[in-house]
Design a protein around this ligand. Structure first.
Ligand code: COA
Length: 159
């Protein structure tokens, strides 16, 4: 049976740090589903369709992935996809508390699903989508942080 993992997030937009995590996950699993949350609590700058489109272009070099939007409970989505693993990235200690809560709640809801944490390359440890949006809106160079499709989408976006 195919070994599938889910990598969920808001991806507003996906950065090279997220892509680094996906690449690591594709070496561990037969198939990785990048699950783009339709309506994350914090809101998004890009529509779901735009976020999926930027993910597709940023990850086009990877064969064993698919990209989908989802709007239900993550563990239900993972069960429907027959995925036993949820991947999350850990960049720094500051991520831990939130990830601890998320993984704990998901384990309570669905004990059969494991959360697996992967660390991105050091050069991406300080990266986040909101910082990239801010740097771009203020005219900074973001070419080392996102795929060129995200740069194009971000150009002209206000803060
Ligand atoms: N590289 C760069 N940035 C990274 C990163 C990496 N490797 N890993 C995380 N980040 C950043 C993101 O850019 C984001 O930064 P931002 O706040 O500046 O945008 C931040 O870390 C966290 O984003 P992300 O990893 O996308 O997670 P999220 O918190 O936006 O997503 C969901 C959370 C979607 C997974 C969660 O809300 C969920 O599961 N929702 C579905 C409904 C549900 O089941 N809810 C109950 C959950 S218990």
């Amino acid at each position: 049976m195919e070994n599938t993992a889910i990598y969920p997030g808001s991806f507003d937009p996906i950065t090279l740090g997220h892509a680094d995590i996906v690449e690591r996950a594709t070496r561990l699993f037969d198939h990785v589903i990048i699950a783009v949350a339709a309506k994350p609590a914090k809101g998004t700058v890009f529509s779901l369709e735009q976020r999926i489109d930027i993910c597709s272009k940023s990850l086009a070099h990877l064969p064993n992935i698919s990209i989908e939007g989802f709007d239900n409970l993550l563990v239900d989505y993972a069960s429907n996809k027959k995925a036993a693993v949820i991947i999350r990235g850990l960049r720094a200690i500051s991520d831990f508390e939130y990830e601890f809560q998320l993984a704990g709640m998901n384990r309570k809801l669905a004990p059969e699903i494991e959360t697996l944490f992967l660390m991105p390359a050091e050069k991406y440890a300080y990266l986040s989508s909101s910082l990239v949006r801010e740097v771009s809106a203020l005219g900074g160079d973001i070419s080392e942080f996102v795929h060129h499709s995200a740069m194009a989408a971000l150009s002209g976006k206000p803060l």
